[in-house]
Write a protein that binds this ligand. Structure first.
Ligand SMILES: [Zn+2]
Length: 166
């Protein structure tokens, strides 16, 4: 075994060399167990045996907030429209279908479409997390607030329809 190939590390000899050089010059703690790594001769934590690797990152890539805000907004929309649709189905089952007014069917179809749209957009947003985080932080925040506002407006519109127009 050479010094550049620690048996516990899955990272390349080059990656391990960068860690050793970094640890020789910086007093940092293990990201897993917080052991003080100063003077550690290997790219593996001597306390918890976790292989270590240097990573270049940015505020945009490291901040999960705006993406999470968008995910929660779509989840709230899915919950709202999904619950409303389920209540409608219960109403249909409790009463005879042909005694419902046209407005009720329009409302049910709309909430179902709302639930489907929120579900699809939620899935797309979750899968697109790397692309989302590759955007500047200001744009991420604009998108997140846009998603939140859109879902809120849609919910308020349906609630208003339910209470005043129906
Ligand atoms: Zn450790």
């Amino acid at each position: 075994m050479t010094r550049s190939e620690h048996p516990l590390s899955p990272y390349s000899p080059e990656d391990q060399r960068l860690v050793r050089e970094f640890l020789a010059a910086h007093d940092v703690r293990c990201p897993v167990c917080a052991y003080m790594l100063a003077g550690t001769p290997e790219a593996v934590c001597p306390e918890c045996a976790e292989p270590l690797r240097l990573e270049l990152t940015s505020q945009s890539a490291a901040t999960l907030g705006p993406w999470l805000f968008a995910v929660i907004s779509f989840s709230l929309g899915l919950g709202f429209f999904g619950t409303t649709s389920a209540i409608q189905v219960a109403v249909f089952m409790a009463h005879q279908l042909n005694r419902q007014s046209t407005g009720v069917y329009v409302f049910f179809t709309s909430t179902l479409i709302g639930a489907l749209m929120c579900g699809v957009l939620l899935r797309v947003t979750i899968r697109a997390r790397p692309r989302w985080q590759a955007q500047p932080l200001a744009r991420q925040r604009r998108w997140a607030w846009g998603v939140f506002a859109s879902v809120c407006v849609a919910q308020i519109a349906f609630a208003a329809y339910w209470f005043f127009v129906r």
